[in-house]
Design a protein around this ligand. Structure first.
Ligand SMILES: Cc1ncc(COP(=O)(O)O)c(C=O)c1O
Length: 381
């Protein structure tokens, strides 16, 4: 039965909202420079990637081969390979973080999850779901973990295995925790390498850090056990998604053969999206590594320029190194709502994504509004 006129109108209204706002949300980590029209025909199929993409499923409508290509790309990006690591396409960063913590807990049932105060709010949900002990550690002013506070917390709990939830780019300030520092503090606290687990939350910056000059440590070669990246953030996808990678020795602990699907089950969910691997695959395949690097470098350059322009207007904007998140003093509610800026405490942020590089008119408006908002505030005080 076709939709009624009213229902069609409702869909049209939603379509108009999406079209008008697609490139305008400057406060949220979303790249919208994608064109996936070649994949539209796949929307007519009941694709389902249930199980492990590396096996032959008894459910033929799957995109396993493409998911495998995606995982291989991320393995290379994070200096591993499919012999040593396994991963899958998730529903987003939160699922990947939960998977990392799940693997950690299976290895260390009495472990304690350590994370900084600036960590994404999903971590609390995850430790509650998994019933893992946790310890929130102070952050530095730039949002990076306070390593002295971490060491003190580790020393206070010497008998329980640390599960470190490190940020490779925090949500609000784009701060990157220093893996070398973390490992050093673990060593100072008396933990050997096989006595702790290191998970990296790289939801947004996971697609940025590999493409910067002189990147900080972020990979399996630097000692991580697992990493989670969102696909709909810096990469860009119309459906939320992500990837998680972990060392095979950890994944093997949770793998079970399931007769019903004639495959091994290693994932958190049962049925899995078969379309999102195609979006990720298309992104990976339709530009060279050099072009991916340029895409990131352009965002970082415009973020730096934005900081400079705001500073020239005496607004104390700043950004962390290797981050396209521009942090500004929180403006009036009228301004942060008008431009969909994310706010926390006394700051707001602007995210410079590829669509803003292509058309910076909205960014220019935001800058103008921040400057006049500050002038108004000064006049009033
Ligand atoms: C640092 C960080 N971790 C995790 C998440 C959660 O990711 P998702 O929304 O893809 O589940 C976010 C989302 O903004 C984030 O910024």
């Amino acid at each position: 039965m076709p939709l009624s006129y009213d229902d069609s109108q409702r869909l049209k209204e939603l379509y108009d909202v999406c079209r008008d706002h697609q490139h305008q949300m400057l406060g949220y980590p979303v790249s919208s420079d994608f064109d996936y029209h070649e994949l539209w025909p796949f929307l007519q199929f009941a694709i389902n990637n249930v199980g492990d993409w590396g096996e032959v499923s008894n459910y033929p409508l799957n995109s396993f081969a493409f998911e495998g290509d995606v995982i291989e790309y991320f393995c290379q990006l994070f200096h591993s390979d499919t012999d040593r690591s396994w991963g899958y396409v998730t529903n987003g960063g939160t699922e990947g973080n939960m998977y990392g913590c799940y693997l950690a807990r299976e290895g260390f049932p009495d472990g304690v999850v350590y994370f900084s105060k600036d960590t994404h709010y999903s971590v609390m949900k995850i430790v509650r779901f998994l019933n893992i002990e946790y310890c929130e550690v102070a952050s530095q002013a730039n949002g990076e973990l306070d390593y002295d506070a971490l060491e003190a917390a580790l020393n206070a709990n010497p008998t329980k295995a640390p599960i470190i939830f490190a940020n490779l780019g925090t949500t609000m300030l784009g701060a990157i925790d220093d893996l070398a520092q973390i490992q050093q503090r673990l060593q100072y606290a008396g933990f050997e390498r096989d006595e702790y687990y290191l998970h990296a939350d790289a939801a947004f910056h996971g697609l940025i850090i590999p493409y910067v000059d002189n990147p900080p440590q972020y990979s399996f070669a630097d000692g991580i056990d697992s990493i989670s990246v969102s696909g709909h953030k810096m990469l860009g996808s119309p459906i939320p998604c992500g990837i998680v990678l972990a060392l095979k020795e950890h994944v093997d602990r949770v793998s079970h053969n399931i007769e019903y699907i004639a495959a091994a089950d290693k994932t958190l969910t049962g049925s899995r999206n078969g379309l999102t691997p195609l979006f990720l695959w298309k992104f990976i395949r339709s530009s060279t590594e050099q072009e991916k690097r340029q895409r990131i470098q352009r965002c970082l350059a415009l973020a730096e320029k934005t900081v400079q322009v705001l500073n020239d207007h005496k607004l104390p904007a700043w950004r962390n190194l290797n981050s396209n998140i521009v942090v500004v003093p929180k403006p009036s509610e009228q301004i942060w709502r008008k431009h969909y800026l994310a706010v926390a405490g006394d700051v707001a942020h602007i995210i410079v994504a590829p669509q803003t590089v292509s058309d910076d008119s909205r960014l220019t408006q935001v800058i103008d509004d921040l400057v006049s908002d500050k002038a108004k505030e000064e006049m009033a005080s």
